[in-house]
Design a protein. Structure first.
Length: 143
């Protein structure tokens, strides 16, 4: 895969987790969608591959906000949606996902309110709609 944007779908919650400078955050039980970009070296294969390895590894280092959820035993990485693009569309994708945003999660390098969104039910239709509205073709990988 080349460069692009992606969504991680996690299930779980019902717990509080300390998220770096954001401090302790409560995560209700349900589904979470994280919108990210992979525009650097290695593109989607490298970035999404790292997220998958982080979710499976017993105690890897945390680098991004999402690592705190991927490491936590209360969360499970369920699926990844990827769309190839060289354009910076991550923020547009995040704004289009909907759901309840976790304030300032995953967006310390932009002006968005959030890049992590909560849903009580599986958010596949919302992710597909957001990617379609951005004008991209995507693949979905269930884990």
């Amino acid at each position: 895969m080349g460069k692009g944007i992606y969504c991680l779908v996690l299930s779980g919650g019902g717990c509080s987790i300390r998220i770096g400078a954001l401090g302790a955050q409560f995560f209700p039980e349900g589904y979470y969608v994280y919108a990210g970009s992979a525009l650097g070296p290695g593109g989607l294969s490298a970035r999404v591959g790292r997220h998958i390895r982080t979710a499976k590894s017993p105690c890897p280092k945390t680098h991004w906000h999402i690592d705190h959820l991927l490491h936590h035993s209360s969360f499970r990485l369920m699926a990844v949606y990827c769309a190839e693009t060289e354009e910076r569309l991550e923020c547009r994708l995040a704004r289009g996902i909907g759901g309840d945003g976790m304030v300032k999660f995953g967006c310390s390098d932009c002006g968005c309110a959030s890049h992590l969104f909560f849903f009580p039910n599986y958010p596949g239709p919302e992710i597909s709609r957001a990617l379609r509205n951005v004008g991209l073709v995507w693949t979905e990988r269930t884990l």
